[in-house]
Design a protein around this ligand. Structure first.
Ligand code: SAH
Length: 257
């Protein structure tokens, strides 16, 4: 990559981070869904070690901490998100139970077989579902759990427009039975899978973006990169409303055997 391209790329990146820093979530989800996924996990005590991978600013981590015992390490690639994450933890007086660190999901700083639970909402796609399941398993104790949410097809046949969008965005999107087979093949008992309700996309995600988009466009008025970015976010939301019977997010919960 030339220096010029690199700086444009970095500029885009910091814009995108700035936009998402203002939001509670960086992907579909809700406190209710986090709590529901947690209800399938039965091995936690005050001594448990939990990792929240791709934690962002920690909306779901704070919910986890309030409803599960143990210590949670949140890890994210972006220092600005981690700064906010630790700020949010302190604000809720959870700083003794939650630590945010900067790091990458393809090179985790944990010791092998030490974690009781790996959590990851709307983030495993960054490394790929199968690779993440396989590599992260090494850090789990036998009997430990993994709980991840992942984009999935609801039907075998899909209209070309949405098929094409996902083939560009994340070609590893697959049907729920195929994802469950991948979970089992990676060395877990598939304990549960459930579809996230639509309000995780609408009320908790796309609707929250609307005022943030307005403020962002005012601040970067005339900036083509910023405008294109917002346009692509809006396009993604329009596709969701049009094709939501064909895809969504699914929580997959597995137990290491
Ligand atoms: N779990 C949060 C964030 C989901 S968005 C939520 O549900 O709101 C995906 C997150 O993964 C972003 O915060 C992004 O910064 C992070 N991410 C992307 N690539 C990463 C990597 N290689 N290692 C760690 N985090 C990564």
């Amino acid at each position: 990559m030339s220096n010029e391209n690199k700086s444009i790329h970095e500029f885009n990146f910091s814009l995108i981070c700035e936009f998402f820093s203002a939001l509670e979530r960086r992907g579909p989800g809700s406190p209710e869904v986090t709590i529901k996924a947690l209800s399938f996990i039965d091995n936690l005590t005050g001594e448990s070690l939990i990792a929240d991978i791709g934690c962002g600013t920690g909306g779901q981590t704070m919910v986890l901490a309030r409803h599960a015992p143990g210590h949670i390490t949140g890890i994210d690639l972006f220092p600005d998100f981690i700064k906010l994450f630790n700020f949010n933890a302190a604000k809720l007086n959870l700083q003794d139970r939650i630590t945010g660190i900067v790091g990458s999901m393809d090179n985790l700083p944990f010791e092998t077989e030490k974690l009781d639970l790996i959590w990851s909402e709307g983030a495993i796609y960054n490394i790929g579902f199968e690779r993440g399941l396989r590599e992260w398993r090494n850090y789990l104790k036998t009997g430990g759990y993994i709980a991840v949410s992942e984009a999935s097809w609801f039907k075998d046949e899909r209209p070309a427009e949405i098929e094409e969008f996902w083939q560009n965005a994340y070609p590893a999107i697959d049907t729920i039975p195929n994802k469950l087979a991948q979970l089992q093949k990676a060395g877990y008992v598939p304990v549960a899978a459930f579809v996230l309700p639509e309000n995780c996309w609408t009320e908790h995600f796309y609707e929250q973006q609307v005022p943030a988009q307005k403020i962002f466009l005012q601040k970067y008025s005339g900036n083509r990169t910023a405008e294109e970015f917002i346009r692509s976010e809006q396009h993604e939301a329009e596709l969701y409303y049009r094709y939501k019977e064909y895809y969504g997010y699914v929580f997959y919960i597995g137990k290491k055997v």
